[in-house]
Design a protein around this ligand. Structure first.
Ligand code: COA
Length: 271
């Protein structure tokens, strides 16, 4: 079958994913492995990585976990080297490690702000920079997981907004510097169900419902929907796409302007 509808889209490929031990990136790792990739999971906690890699192996995939904090360049370099020794050159790099907590700018220290910038922005730079020499070139594909925060200011999220805006422009810049050897793209989720991030940002049923009501498609994304988009971007079907942002947010970042205030669906229709 042609294009994206083929089975085993990533047969023979090697993928390294930061943040792959949990949440959205664990699901992406599972999807990549289902499609034939050998996957290396990188994160801070070895036990989480072992759990995620074990689950993939239990379903017949190839997976291994290497602990490294994306803020620690030397540790990342070691994880890349271990991946290469185990599986060979890296075809796919997914930068997914991220930090978040809700706090007003006046309620957070400079170190709190820096912690998120260091994980999200510097961590993405470190991951791409350390991976470059291990990527199979030409043909390598990099996907960074961003957020609608990158282009939409959100109160209590100044650190994440600044970090993700940085991630987007960093990836676009690298797409210029590293083409045609490496393609780099950005996946931008809005609210995603059953993730640590959303547990922190919508801690009560009432907040969750208000957020759901504000989304044009009236629900959160599933992790599978984000994984499918990342899969497409890393597949041969996306060979002419680089430096692009792919928003998968059910329309949540469209905002709705006055429509949201007027609650348009409740207005009587005019004839
Ligand atoms: N409100 C305000 N400040 C906070 C905070 C909160 N809820 N949580 C952490 N901080 C501050 C700390 O106070 C500290 O600043 P200080 O030294 O001035 O006190 C700073 O952040 C670093 O904290 P530390 O515990 O040393 O952090 P860390 O390096 O382990 O990173 C997180 C902290 C919260 C960024 C990180 O653990 C994290 O993001 N965890 C959640 C993962 C997650 O949700 N992932 C999904 C992302 S969408």
């Amino acid at each position: 079958m042609p294009g994206i509808f083929r089975e085993n889209l990533l047969r023979g490929k090697v993928a390294l994913l930061t943040g792959g031990g949990s949440g959205i990136c664990r699901r992406i790792a599972e999807r990549f492995a289902e499609q034939g990739a050998k996957v290396a999971l990188v994160g801070r906690t070895q036990s989480k990585l072992d759990d995620a890699a074990g689950a993939i192996r239990a379903t017949g995939g190839e997976a291994v976990g290497f602990a490294a904090d994306v803020r620690d360049y030397a540790a990342l370099e070691r994880a890349m080297q271990q991946t290469r020794e185990q599986f060979g050159e890296i075809d796919i790099l997914l930068c997914g490690a991220a930090g978040n907590f809700p706090a007003a700018a006046l309620g957070m220290s400079a170190n709190g702000f820096k912690a998120v910038i260091d994980i999200d922005l510097l961590g993405t730079f470190n991951t791409c920079r350390a991976a470059y020499e291990h990527l199979r070139k030409p043909g390598a594909s990099v996907v960074a997981i961003s957020a609608t925060h990158a282009f939409r200011p959100i109160a209590w999220q100044s650190h994440v907004c600044a970090g993700k805006a940085g991630v987007d422009i960093l990836i676009k810049t690298l797409a210029i510097e590293w083409g045609p050897q490496v393609r780099l793209n950005i996946v931008t989720p809005g609210p995603v169900a059953d993730t640590e991030g959303m547990r922190r940002l919508s801690p009560t049923e009432e907040i969750k419902q208000r957020l759901t009501d504000s989304i044009p498609l009236k629900r959160f994304a599933t992790k599978d929907e984000i994984a499918d988009l990342a899969l497409f971007l890393c597949s041969d079907s996306a060979q002419y796409i680089t430096g692009a942002v792919f928003v998968c947010d059910g329309g949540s970042s469209l905002g709705g302007g006055m429509a949201a205030v007027w609650q348009v669906p409740d207005l009587p229709t005019s004839t």
